[in-house]
Every structure is written in C-alpha cells, then in structure tokens.
Design a protein around this ligand. Structure first.
Ligand code: HEC
Length: 145
C-alpha cells in the first residue's frame, strides 16, 4: 500500500521536472532580452562599480579572473563557464548576460546560479556588471608588443 503511494509521488516528481522550463541545458534568454543593448557607457567609474559588484557576488564561483575557478564554483552542481574565453563571450549578447544575471538559473530545487535582481536591485548596476564581465575576455596586455 505505502509502496504504491511512494511510486505515485515519484511519478508526479518526474512529470514536474519534465515541464520545468529552465533545465540547465537550455538556458536561453528570450529574443527580446537577447537584443537589449547596454545603456551604460564604458567609463572608469562604471567599470569600477561593476568590478566591485562582481567581486562581492560572482567571484566565489566564477573566480577573480572569470576562469570559473572560484572556491564555490568548484563544488557547485555544475562548474561555471570560462568567461575569459573570447569565443564564449562572442556568443553572448549584453542583453543575454543581463537577463541571466537578473534571473539566474535553477535546476529543480538546485540553484545553479543565483538571480541577482534582489541583491543588485538597480538595473544600471547590473548593466555595470555586464560591462565588467566583458573585460574578463580581453587578452592581458603583452609586455613585448
Ligand atoms: C553559485 C555559483 C555562481 C555564482 C555566485 C554566479 N554564477 Fe554565473 N554561472 C554559474 C554557473 C554554474 C554557470 C554555468 C551555467 C550553465 O551554463 O548551465 C554560470 C554562467 C554564467 C554566465 C555565462 C552564461 C552562458 O550562457 O554562457 C555568465 C555571463 C555569468 N554566469 C555571470 C555571472 C555574474 C555576473 C555573477 C554575479 C553577479 C554570477 N555569474 C554569479 C555559477 C555562478
């Protein structure tokens, strides 16, 4: 009797996970979000704010340089992306990064990446984080050139 009950709830759980819109494999921003442009111009001030917010919120998973080697990232459900990879960055639009940072990513009950709408409530601050994320892909200046 109780065995049948257990299987019943398992079936419900399976059905629920099948309809979850945000499976980790398809973390895709809606088209209208993808095409949004960053309204914040690059400036030393904006980048400094973006860097500050990145260090406070993102570094623990993404690592200081964006390699995905932060202490929490290594033990997460899924390792973070390597944001220093220019090819990876080229595939992301500013609007998509903004949307991903704002809404985060969950896989059922697991938080893969937190949503930052609350921690970083001002849109313009999240756009500054996007500006900073873009600098992670820049190749470091070569001393010989
Ligand atoms: C708890 C760990 C964690 C924190 C904190 C975190 N992230 Fe992530 N992030 C991830 C993981 C894991 C992925 C890869 C998810 C995937 O692609 O399935 C990711 C992916 C990304 C991506 C790439 C998305 C893509 O499609 O390639 C960007 C950009 C990003 N994070 C930015 C940020 C920023 C900016 C912050 C801070 C505001 C942040 N993340 C905080 C774990 C984290």
């Amino acid at each position: 009797m109780s065995g049948a009950g257990r299987w019943g709830s398992l079936a419900v759980a399976a059905a629920c996970s099948a309809v979850l819109p945000l499976a980790a494999q398809d973390w895709v921003a809606p088209p209208e979000e993808r095409t949004r442009l960053n309204p914040i111009a690059v400036s030393a001030d904006a980048l400094q704010k973006g860097r500050f917010l990145y260090r406070k919120n993102c570094q623990r998973c993404h690592g200081e340089k964006g390699k995905g080697d932060g202490p929490s990232g290594r033990y997460g459900v899924k390792p973070p992306e390597d944001l220093t990879n220019p090819a990876k960055q080229a595939k992301l639009t500013d609007g998509e990064i903004f949307w991903k940072v704002s809404t985060g990513l969950r896989d059922g009950a697991d938080v893969i990446m937190p949503a930052y709408k609350r921690e970083i409530p001002a849109d313009e601050d999240r756009w500054k984080v996007v500006l900073f994320v873009r600098t992670l892909a820049l190749p470091p200046p070569s001393p010989n050139r």
